[in-house]
Design a protein around this ligand. Structure first.
Ligand code: NAI
Ligand code: 13P
Length: 341
């Protein structure tokens, strides 16, 4: 393979993936908007702020010239947070040609439009093929070759397979899927549940509570995702329950860490500042809360997390709200077609 890839975004995930691709011998440029970050990464061959203690390979081109990063590339990798993707695409679409494949790795739902990333890309770059890479994959582990599995999803299965080939390494196993809706929603919604798992840890609750959040969380995610047009099976795959497990249990998780701080009593803004990297679940909680109302799907965990984040609801009240709801059958309101009662 001699593919050329332009990575937009020099945070932890963009950097880890750029390292993985460069180590494969591919021709990779990574673009950093921030001049100070760019100079630091170029001279130290390390991303000290977002991915410390990992060497940037000599063959990875670090630059702050977006045109050069995009020009002549087979793949343009979007590795910036969800809330800036629209502006980045609008500002730089003049450099993107229609044969280039857009691969997105951000996990979120845009706040005002309530759109998934593939829908934003479709709006701004309707002629480009699109794939999303998602699954349980913390940058800190991928960057040091810890075995990881992930899924490449595109409505065009040849594109999904092409992206699989480009990213696959002996330590990074890539599966394919054609359910873009399910994969994007799984990756986005699990961040909200991970905030909840962190809050539970911050409050000093135990493993029982976290297991409850994860289990009721995946049902809530699937119920919503299926109503949005996703495939039920996808929620039980890598981008659904797989990513939910890693994000709710790992100390690498920015969402879980923000949740822990909120559970310990910090306000939302203080927690974001303390984590110092993007905490996607915070904005996605707002989008999912609004969408759930719009499509009339019950999402009790998301609702309570929204109230904690945006309405100053006391976290312990939210726990009571969840625990003391009307009694119900375990399988009530779930998505399975057969009546299991
Ligand atoms: N860090 C991880 O392990 C993983 C992250 N993701 C997802 O990848 C996306 C990016 O996350 P991270 O790399 O963790 O974020 P990060 O917080 O480490 O870095 C974000 C990067 O985006 C840059 N940025 C912010 N606004 C920008 C703008 N307007 N234009 C250009 N660059 C801008 C920042 O300067 C920074 O380099 C998120 O959606 C996250 O959920 C997905 C899987 C794993
Ligand atoms: O999506 C991720 C791992 O798969 C990253 O999660 P955090 O943003 O919570 O670190």
């Amino acid at each position: 393979m001699n593919e050329k890839i332009g990575v937009l975004g020099g945070g932890s995930w963009g950097t880890a993936l750029a390292i993985l691709l460069a180590n494969k011998g591919l021709d990779v440029d990574i673009w950093l908007r921030d001049e100070k970050q760019f100079q630091s990464m170029k001279s130290h061959r390390e991303n000290k702020k977002y991915l410390p203690n990992v060497k940037i390979p000599d063959n990875l081109n670090v630059n702050n010239d977006i045109e050069k990063t995009i020009l002549d590339k087979d793949i343009v990798l979007l590795a910036v947070p969800t809330h800036v993707i629209r502006n980045v695409l609008k500002d730089y679409k003049k450099y993107i040609s229609k044969g280039q494949i857009i691969v997105n790795v951000a996990k979120g739902i845009e706040n005002d439009s309530l759109l998934r990333i593939s829908q934003i890309v479709e709006e701004i770059l309707p002629q480009n093929k699109y794939a999303v890479l998602s699954g349980p994959s913390h940058a800190e582990e991928v960057a040091v070759n810890i075995p990881t599995t992930i899924v490449s999803a595109s409505t065009d299965k040849n594109v999904a397979k092409y992206v699989q080939d480009v990213f696959m390494t002996p330590d990074f196993r890539v599966y394919t899927n054609t359910d873009v809706i399910g994969v994007e929603l799984g990756g986005s919604l699990k961040n909200i549940i991970a905030l909840g798992a962190g809050i539970s840890d911050g409050l000093g609750y135990g493993d029982n509570t976290k297991a409850a959040l994860m289990n009721r969380g995946i049902f809530e995610m699937a119920r919503f995702g299926v109503k949005m047009g996703g495939n039920l099976n996808t929620f039980f795959g890598l981008s659904g329950i797989g990513d939910l497990i890693v994000t709710c249990t790992s100390m690498h998780s920015r969402n879980r860490r923000a949740g822990i701080l909120i559970g310990e009593g910090l306000a939302m803004k203080e927690a974001i500042e303390e984590v110092g990297m993007v905490v996607e679940g915070i904005k996605t909680a707002k989008s999912a809360y609004k969408l759930a109302q719009k499509i009339n799907v019950d999402m009790p965990i998301t609702r309570e997390i929204y109230k904690v984040l945006y309405e100053n609801s006391d976290v312990r009240n939210s726990v009571s709200n969840l625990m003391e709801r009307n009694k119900k059958h375990e399988m009530e309101n779930l998505i399975f077609p057969e009546d299991v009662r």
